[in-house]
Design a protein around this ligand. Sequence first.
Ligand SMILES: [Fe+2]
Length: 364
Amino acid sequence: MNSKDKVLFVDDDSGIRLAFSRSLEREGFSVDVAANATAALTLAEHNAYGVVVLDYRMPDTTGLELQDRLKVVLPDSTYILVSGSCDLDVALSALNEHGISYVIPKPWVHEELVSKLNRALELSWERTAARRLEATMMEMNRDPVGGETATMVMSRGTFARVLLRVLNLREPATGKHCEHVAQYARLIGVELNLSGDALRDVELAARLHDIGKLSVPSAVLAKTTPLSVSEWQYVYAHPQVGADIIGDVTGMDAIREMVLQHHERWDGRGYPNGLKGAAISLGAQILAVADAVDAMLSDRPFVKGLPLADVRQRIEDGIGGQFAPAVAEAFLALRLEASCDASGLRKERPTEIEVQERRLDPAA
Ligand SMILES: [Fe+2]
């Protein structure tokens, strides 16, 4: 647990402070407590807190007033208000005017508090990651001579590297998966006689294909049990989110399209738009095969990845269903074991989402 996962709890009642810290430390949280505004501000100046939980009524201040002051020192933290007299006005003011993310009535239900804290930590992490991304892009756009910004000089490769740096920071396993998919996509592309820009586009799109998973909560990415319907909504959204992240960056139209379409299926049963056959770009058809190959070959908790022969069989079984016939046949034509060794591919454990995707896709 790093320093951003720390929780600051501010309450004037020593018994409640003790109960809060003991019960949450048992859940693995690192908790600091403060009895008043002065102590809270002093701690905030010397520590990074992912979440700050504030009592509403305290002798020297209210939780809302204190949040306004703490926000200056801890802009990326997520704030939770705990209130014994949880009237509607306080709750609405907290949520609408003070940037409080959650209001929890006191006495709280332990499970609800833990659940809110976990989500609050994710929100905090996402704000920090977005700020880092913005800072990195600003730095890369800075003219080394004059110090002026020159937004047009950043290449799409640099843009992609920035995105991948953020993805690797958030979810290293997904970053490795994208790297593997890029290598398979390149092999398939060469087999299909792609070259030059077309081949480079496919490779770059493969590296970025799951960038939209930045929007999937960590708890969902890490889940080892089947996802709920609401959790699946995040997964279904990730191709569109990925396309939105790439946005209108110059020279990346084809990449954006491939990212958007990488979960479409040849038979029209894919997502997000249910495109069918040749309506799916060739690059996205390649990504679909490369993505499935890496997911099937990869080990997952307690289950080994499939042997190459079984993967080849499943790709063959998916021809005309999940996979574009010409692309699947190009993969089957590869002398894959030799190529994998030559390119240094090593199988890593897939993320749970990849495992879930495999469950969703009967052909995969
Ligand atoms: Fe994906």
